[in-house]
Design a protein around this ligand. Structure first.
Ligand SMILES: [Mn+2]
Length: 256
């Protein structure tokens, strides 16, 4: 993946529950990611992040892997998702990641591009929009972070169970991005391409491509690669680090 820009998201790393996905990610960091020009993590790296003081032993190899990638010369940037929105300055120091706000405009091979986790675009999901508004309040975050670490970890586990139950009762369509919200965000930032995750629906949408969606990680990983020549490639990463191409498309405005 030499000199390419890589995008990943929705790894939902949970060392206790899904150690194989953690192993897959660590192999990715030591392997294919080392050849990249840059790595963007578009949120929900963790299944839950209850504060930058979380010193659970399972997180240490993940943070070390990220630090080593950055030290090897691959700048890594991180946008918070709805599971790890409490990742802050200290997380940045512990991981070596640069923290970006959501959304963040970048220039990708000359193309104005907007990066976001994606949940802000799911405006048809009223319940989730209420959750977002609630946890956006500084006093809500501050109050949560003053609670003991063990209590916060227990709360996160309970929240996850409730979220799983709710998801099963929601129609598919309201869990996806709202097309109007996508267009509004692109217009607001003068972007021609949006890259996001959150929905777990990996795809390249539009002709020319206007929206690229990275998939979630489990047994396999999902990686969006933009080659130096301007080709977007949605890839599936296998545990043995072989890469399968799911779909490709030229970056808009290039002659690739
Ligand atoms: Mn999410």
């Amino acid at each position: 993946m030499r000199d390419a820009t890589l995008f990943i998201g929705d790894l939902h790393l949970d060392p206790e529950v899904r150690p194989a996905t953690v192993a897959l990610f660590l192999a990715f960091l030591r392997g294919p990611a080392r050849d990249a020009a840059r790595l963007y993590i578009l949120g929900d790296l963790f299944e839950a992040w209850v504060g930058d003081d979380d010193n659970s032993p399972g997180y240490e190899p993940i943070l070390a892997g990220l630090r080593e990638l950055a030290a090897s010369g691959v700048p890594t940037a991180f946008i918070c998702g709805n599971r790890d929105f409490l990742a802050g300055t200290l997380f940045g120091e512990r991981s070596g990641c640069e923290l970006l706000s959501d959304p963040s405009p970048i220039v990708l091979n000359g193309l104005p591009t907007l990066l976001t986790h994606g949940d802000r675009l799911c405006t048809d999901d009223n319940e989730h929009m209420q959750f977002r508004a609630h946890v956006a309040q500084p006093q809500v975050r501050a109050a949560f972070l003053t609670r003991p670490l063990a209590e916060r970890q227990a709360e996160a586990r309970a929240l996850r169970r409730r979220s799983e139950e709710h998801k099963q009762n929601k129609p598919e369509a309201i869990m996806d991005v709202n097309p109007g919200a996508v267009q509004a965000a692109l217009a607001e930032h003068g972007a021609r391409l949006m890259i996001h995750g959150h929905t777990h629906r990996p795809a390249l949408h539009g002709d020319p491509v206007e929206r690229a969606v990275v998939g979630d990680w489990g047994e396999c990983g999902s990686v969006l690669r933009c080659t130096p020549g301007g080709v977007l490639e949605l890839l599936r990463l296998h545990p043995d680090m072989t890469v399968e191409t799911v779909v490709t498309a030229p970056l808009p405005g290039t002659n690739a």
